[in-house]
Design a protein around this ligand. Structure first.
Ligand code: SAH
Ligand code: SF4
Length: 355
């Protein structure tokens, strides 16, 4: 992973840090609130938009930090209503995020890394390893841009885009603190879900920090050997560790956990798999079955036929598990995690033609 740090943008500042920056300019508190609100609530991209902030102050701040460091490289609407954004980062890397409108809800799916080091066999984000962590500002800017695009206030955030969030815990924590600030987008604990493959050490750290979020654990297998194959660098093949973490999480926060389980035809979809999964889930864990979205680099992996998917759902229900089965949306714009970035980069390299 190379270590290019982006220039620090205003989007990366918590309200407290912004207060310190403003204090150096001898500014009263209400000015900090004004600027923070311009950045986080109104989603200003430039200082010019901050019409009620004196020009001299805008110039002084501009000399210290840009408002943002990312720009929209590509916007891809899909027939099912989702829109995927590809953001260009200051160093030329790209990262994806998705807006998912559903009735009254508008959910933003955010990335935390360029690429991913975990290497799940079915995932486009992990196919070429991790390039670098995102800064908090780069995570926040995804939410701000999607909020602007949504035409309504975002109601939910899922950290389920590119990257393993717990491998970038400091930036994630800072980004969440900013997004949960009442003077900003003001996200409550029940409206943000962090999804993780469950790296052991980072998981302990995550639990100690007590972030105010909902937790989803990407399990994908109910047996250790199979999990190791599907999630090769998960930092653990030990399913019982994940089960115990979900129990500890519930005891600590009182919030249920979701096990995510990508269904793969003839690999993890047998009756035996489902019964073992039901046992692991127990009482405080919901299960989210996700029929695999096809990826070009793993042509042999696919979702089970519908009848098998239905059988998986009913087997779990028979065992008393609360189960949801969701098709990944946005297939027609390669919206499954990590695919648009790979496609875009191949286009830039001249290796592929547009669809
Ligand atoms: N790294 C984190 C969060 C990002 S991935 C994690 O793994 O939890 C978010 C979810 O998308 C995971 O559950 C992941 O398994 C799923 N996913 C990745 N590629 C997929 C594919 N091709 N089809 C269906 N789900 C996929
Ligand atoms: Fe990384 Fe999650 Fe993709 Fe696995 S599914 S490679 S952990 S982003």
């Amino acid at each position: 992973m190379h270590a290019a740090q982006p220039p620090r943008a205003l989007t990366d500042f918590t309200a407290e840090e912004l207060r310190a920056l403003m204090a150096a300019e001898r500014q009263p508190t209400y000015r900090t609130n004004q600027v923070f609100s311009w950045v986080q609530k109104q989603g200003a991209r430039t200082y010019d938009e901050m019409s009620n902030v004196p020009k001299a102050l805008r110039e002084a701040l501009a000399a210290k930090a840009p408002v943002r460091t990312t720009t929209v490289a590509h916007e891809e609407p899909s027939a099912d209503g989702t829109t995927k954004l590809l953001l260009r980062l200051h160093d030329g890397e790209h990262v994806e995020c998705v807006l998912i409108p559903e009735g009254e809800r508008a959910t933003a799916c955010l990335s935390t890394q360029v690429g991913c080091g975990v290497g799940c066999v079915f995932c486009a984000s992990g196919a070429e390893g991790v390039v670098r962590n995102l800064s908090a500002g780069e995570i926040v800017e995804q939410a701000l841009e999607l909020n602007r695009m949504a035409g309504q206030r975002l109601t939910n955030i899922v950290v389920m885009g590119m990257g393993e969030p717990l491998h970038n815990l400091d930036a994630l924590e800072r980004a969440l603190r900013i997004l949960q600030d009442p003077e900003g987008l003001d996200f409550g604990a029940r409206r943000i879900t962090v999804s993780t493959s469950g790296p052991v050490k980072a998981f302990e750290d995550f639990l100690t920090r007590g972030l105010k979020v909902k937790l989803a654990i990407s399990l994908h297998a109910a047996f250790d050997g199979l999990r190791k194959e599907l999630v090769p660098r998960g930092g653990t093949g030990d399913i019982h560790f994940l089960e115990s973490m979900s129990r500890r999480w519930f005891e600590k926060t009182g919030r249920d956990v979701t096990f995510e389980y990508v269904l793969l035809d003839n690999i993890n979809d047998s009756d035996e798999d489902m019964r073992a999964l039901a046992k692991l889930a127990g009482r405080h864990v919901n299960v989210n079955l996700i029929p695999m979205n096809p990826v070009p680099f793993a042509p042999k992996l696919k979702a089970p036929p519908n009848a098998r998917i239905e059988r998986c759902v009913s087997l779990l229900e028979e065992e008393g598990v609360v189960v949801h089965c969701r098709r990944q949306r946005g297939d027609d714009v390669a919206a499954a995690c990590g695919q648009l970035r790979r496609f875009h980069e191949k286009l830039e390299d001249g290796q592929e033609t547009a669809p």
